[in-house]
Design a protein around this ligand. Structure first.
Ligand SMILES: *[C@@H]1O[C@H](CO)[C@@H](O)[C@H](O)[C@H]1NC(C)=O
Ligand SMILES: *[C@@H]1O[C@H](CO)[C@@H](O)[C@H](O)[C@H]1NC(C)=O
Ligand SMILES: *[C@@H]1O[C@H](CO)[C@@H](O)[C@H](O)[C@H]1NC(C)=O
Ligand SMILES: *[C@@H]1O[C@H](CO)[C@@H](O)[C@H](O)[C@H]1NC(C)=O
Ligand SMILES: *[C@@H]1O[C@H](CO)[C@@H](O)[C@H](O)[C@H]1NC(C)=O
Length: 481
């Protein structure tokens, strides 16, 4: 396990082409990103996401199909190899597949109906309720895990396509409750429902070039005494976190050894996570605060200690859930006190500076509820039961509401890394929504910048980018599934 996990870190910067055709995709996207990063420098960090959005739409159409082909060959070659290995099994597998399809056909009419203008896609492949989602940090993949004993890896470039193919990984003799990508996006960790431990899956290329995920034979030891409520792997690749609903958070190294145990002293933990920068671990629970710790490493990269960093104090009842923006400078929280709050956490906590409260919004909280903050911190998404709502963080205004999105309570809610989409799940389906409040907020920001801009070259670029962003927004608003 050590060799494998070390390789995660080493490979981080390399991103070799794993999926066939990925190299092509990478090159296309690198070029797009490059030309826009040049624009960005001139225009003072204008959100590239919105502008990219329009382009991505175009690129997706041309290259998305290739991913699909890769998926298909993956499934087909699996069948082929099964048949080769055992002729009888081949036929059994085929007839099994047939009965499965028949069953699916029977079940389909019972599927929960949901439609909305902002619904970009409904990802369907799981046959059981989905409990967890994760976007890879390179933005290319979305992972989902389900009671159906599978994990599915979806291509985010496929979201705007008609078909959404995915790669399947089987969880032998168990099912995964949580799934989290490794920093290099080439592996993922899962929490096993029955095994009550971590199992690692590693991406691997088969002889015919198709992709598969292989479970590492070694598993972590069972250390939690209560139900695990979340897991995470730091984007620095330095540690793994597991948190249970007593008051325990464990910090593991990648070899599966516990380096530290945190007692949150919050009576019960409702939620805990690692910040996207990989520096902090935070938790909330019965007490009306969110506690944030720093996981400290020495210069040589060896683990030193876990120290208290700062608290979010201001709610008047227990906190259900919270989220970080991707640079960890903003946080959002939602509480039993029927409010959500946005915080500025870009503070010198080592000098005892407290985070600033930026915004309080009202929300009638029904459990279970989740909150997500878009990576650019412009939009807050809140789910309660099977409803979801989007608020802008500038004035706290409710911008979009979605009711009865899933047949079950929403179990996970996330933004993609470019703040273009919000995804929800809970039943067998993943719903992908256009983050139109994010587009609108980005346009407002650019218009403000335009007013202040004096340099004519910069004004031109801003005007062009606003035009492009508006056209992307129009496209989204006028497109129907
Ligand atoms: C082929 O399948 C049969 C029946 O399931 C089984 O008994 C046999 O061991 C299999 N052979 C191989 C080579 O897997
Ligand atoms: C999972 O889905 C089934 C329907 O397929 C539903 O009856 C059940 O309540 C769900 N389980 C959980 C734990 O939500
Ligand atoms: C922890 O979760 C389990 C399973 O959901 C539940 O039975 C238990 O009561 C929870 N414990 C606390 C302290 O909330
Ligand atoms: C956060 O996301 C933006 C794009 O949405 C990206 O430019 C930036 O580098 C990200 N920051 C971190 C710390 O990941
Ligand atoms: C939330 O509710 C309180 C009390 O009803 C009210 O004073 C406050 O203005 C509301 N806030 C927002 C953002 O609507």
């Amino acid at each position: 396990m050590r060799g494998f996990l070390t390789s995660l870190r080493v490979r981080r910067r390399v991103h070799p082409s794993v999926f066939s055709d990925e190299l092509v995709l990478d090159t296309v996207f690198a070029n797009v990103a490059e030309s826009f990063s040049m624009n960005m420098e001139l225009a003072f960090l204008i959100p590239v996401s919105v502008v990219l959005g329009a382009l991505v739409l175009l690129v997706v159409v041309t290259v998305g199909k290739k991913w699909g082909q890769s998926m298909q060959t993956e499934e087909q070659s699996k069948e082929r190899s099964e048949k080769k290995a055992n002729g009888t099994v081949g036929r059994t597998a085929a007839s099994k597949k047939q009965t499965k399809q028949q069953r699916l056909r029977k079940e389909r009419p019972q599927q929960h109906a949901f439609s909305h203008q902002l619904l970009a896609a409904s990802l369907k492949a799981h046959s059981g309720n989905i409990s967890s989602l994760d976007f890879s940090s390179n933005g290319k993949y979305l992972a989902s895990c389900s009671e159906d004993r599978t994990i599915r890896i979806w291509s985010t470039k496929d979201f705007m396509e008609k078909e959404h193919r995915c790669i399947r990984a089987n969880v032998e003799l168990d099912h995964a409750v949580f799934v989290r990508f490794s920093p290099d996006s080439r592996a993922f960790i899962t929490w096993l429902a029955n095994g009550e431990t971590i199992r690692i899956f590693k991406m691997s290329k088969k002889e015919d070039g198709s992709i598969t995920y292989i479970a590492s034979p070694e598993e972590f030891s069972q250390r939690h005494k209560a139900s695990v409520i979340n897991i995470g792997i730091a984007d620095t690749g330095k540690f793994i976190m597991t948190a249970s609903n007593d008051t325990t958070i464990l910090i593991w190294n990648l070899k599966g050894e516990v380096m530290a145990s945190i007692n949150t002293n919050q009576m019960t933990n409702a939620y805990a996570t690692i910040s996207p920068c990989g520096r902090f671990v935070a938790s909330c629970g019965f007490t009306p605060d969110v506690k944030v710790w720093e996981v400290c490493f020495g210069k040589g990269g060896d683990f030193k200690e876990v120290t208290r960093a700062f608290d979010l104090k201001g709610h008047s009842a227990g906190v259900h859930y919270f989220a970080f923006s991707n640079d960890s400078r903003r946080m959002a929280s939602i509480s039993k006190d029927n409010t959500w709050k946005l915080w500025d956490t870009d503070v010198e906590y080592k000098k005892q500076q407290d985070p600033y409260l930026l915004m309080t919004g009202n929300y009638t909280v029904v459990e279970p509820c989740h909150i997500a903050l878009s990576p650019d911190a412009r939009v807050v998404a809140i789910s309660c039961g099977n409803d979801m709502a989007l608020y802008n963080t500038e004035d706290g205004k409710l911008e979009e509401e979605f009711h009865n999105v899933h047949s079950e309570d929403i179990s996970d809610l996330r933004f993609d890394i470019n703040s273009r989409f919000v995804v929800t799940t809970g039943d067998r389906v993943i719903r992908v929504f256009h983050n139109t409040p994010g587009y609108r907020a980005a346009i407002r920001d650019m218009e403000k910048m335009l007013k202040k801009a004096s340099n004519s070259c910069m004004r031109q670029r801003l005007q062009q980018q606003i035009k492009e962003a508006k056209s992307a927004l129009n496209k989204v608003c006028n497109s129907r599934q």
